[in-house]
Design a protein around this ligand. Sequence first.
Ligand code: GRF
Length: 183
Amino acid sequence: MKIAVLISGTGSNLKALIDAQKNREFKSEIVLVLSNKDAKGLEYAREAGISWAIIKTDEEMLQELESHSVDFIVLAGYLKKISSKILDKYENRIINIHPSLLPKYGGRGFYGLSVHEAVFKNKDRESGVTVHYVNEKVDGGEIILQEKIDISKCNSPVEIRDEVLKIEHSILKKAIAKIEEEI
Ligand code: GRF
């Protein structure tokens, strides 16, 4: 598959995917990195010599995806909703990583630290990460992989976030490899 990775922030998941690609942990190639803003994580694309762009509209996004012959999209900390235009074009070919055990703490309002704040407030003893297909329902598509961790020793939402992020960095590449086997 020719993959585009979409980011909005620090891009640590993108970095983990670039490293996994170098180590041949999946067969696909990351051909493009897109962001809706001048995200810090774009630096990883530059370092790795991967094409990248900042896109503001659906038309710009589609143009980039098409000109790089992208056939699969990975949302790795991309904070904008994907429009129905892109969803139609890439049906069942867009996946997202979400830092909770979906369906818990999913949907509108649950993004970034707010997920971990809610988990902390509820005194949950475990949390985790989910990779799922993207459809019109925010965080509502079919689950591909999910991993749990014990967070009973975490004393703040930030500590929970850091623990969850560690497993995020290994699950996305596994999800890509799993999809490669299925198609
Ligand atoms: C991750 O927690 C991801 O699950 C969420 O946004 C964060 C992105 O982190 N959707 P990074 O930009 O990959 O460092």
